[in-house]
Ligand binder design. Structure first.
Ligand code: GLP
Length: 260
């Protein structure tokens, strides 16, 4: 696992560099998309590169990590609508090429199986962007999630509902109780995992992710088993890392030409 301690704007450039390299090499690459605040700077950088340098998403496919269950199709916090506004529409990416778990399906288990099938048929995810919850979730895989779980319905942890109330007028009762999320096993099959975190409130989750024992209690620790995982954190999110100086030295000594 590579840990890079850098301000958010630099994190965004590094992650966007990796995505741009992928798309320029293979225009039909498959990207894994996350919602939440963490990837916003990356999306801003990708929009900039689309507008200024003609970076094209036209032949790429996207797969989202997760979705709330039961939010009406036009609800602004439905993740499909959030990602359309934050990235997809702004880089003129055909929405039909961007897929998400269906939180409105009549038969959710069947829709989850179809979603897994769609990812497999696309050849798997080349690069998966991730944020991390304060309780260590990735996607919506809350503590207790099986480390080999697949796309399925989950109940949101009280901590996550309270963290996400800020997107629902500060009212926790408006935050859905259930979600559909790619499993930890599903996420682990992406060829490159790129996790972004900033702020002191993420410091314990980041410490556990990088340095804690692998445990369902901190679901993101599954990333320790991945052969190509990159963790981009700012100083505040890195503030509980025991080996922070070692990560800094390692990155400082990395050849400039080498990407993530
Ligand atoms: C949300 C999302 C996750 C996200 C995480 C962190 O609930 N389901 O995919 O990574 O929690 O959110 P944020 O980036 O806003 O801190």
């Amino acid at each position: 696992m590579e840990v890079i301690i850098a301000p958010v704007d630099q994190q965004a450039r590094l992650a966007a560099d990796a995505i741009e390299k992928l798309l320029r090499r293979e225009a039909d690459s498959t990207l894994g998309l996350a919602t939440g605040s963490s990837p916003l700077a990356v999306y801003g950088e990708l929009i900039h590169r689309h507008e200024q340098r003609g970076l094209s998403f036209a032949r790429a496919q996207g797969f989202m990590l997760d979705e709330y269950v039961g939010l009406p199709a036009d609800h602004p916090q439905r993740y499909r609508n959030v990602i359309a506004e934050e990235l997809v529409d702004r880089v003129h990416w055909n929405a039909e090429r961007v897929h998400g778990p269906d939180g409105l399906a009549a038969d959710i288990p069947a829709a989850c199986a179809e979603y897994e099938q769609a990812i497999a048929e696309a050849g798997g995810v080349d690069l998966q962007l991730l944020g991390i919850g304060t309780d260590g979730h990735i996607g919506f895989n809350e503590p207790g999630s099986s480390l080999s779980s697949r796309t399925r319905i989950k109940s949101l942890a009280p901590q996550t509902r309270s963290d996400n109330a800020r997107f629902f007028d500060g009212d926790v009762d408006q935050v859905p109780v259930h979600c559909v999320t790619q499993g930890l096993g599903t996420i682990s099959e992406a060829r490159h995992l790129v996790l972004l975190a900033s702020g002191r409130h993420k410091a314990e989750a980041v410490h556990q992710l990088v340095e804690g024992p692998i445990s369902a209690l901190w679901p993101a620790t599954v990333m320790q088993l991945h052969p190509h995982a990159t963790v981009l954190v700012d100083e505040a999110a890195a503030s509980r890392l025991q080996l922070a100086d070692y990560y800094r030295q390692t990155y400082a000594a990395k050849p400039a030409w080498q990407g993530l």
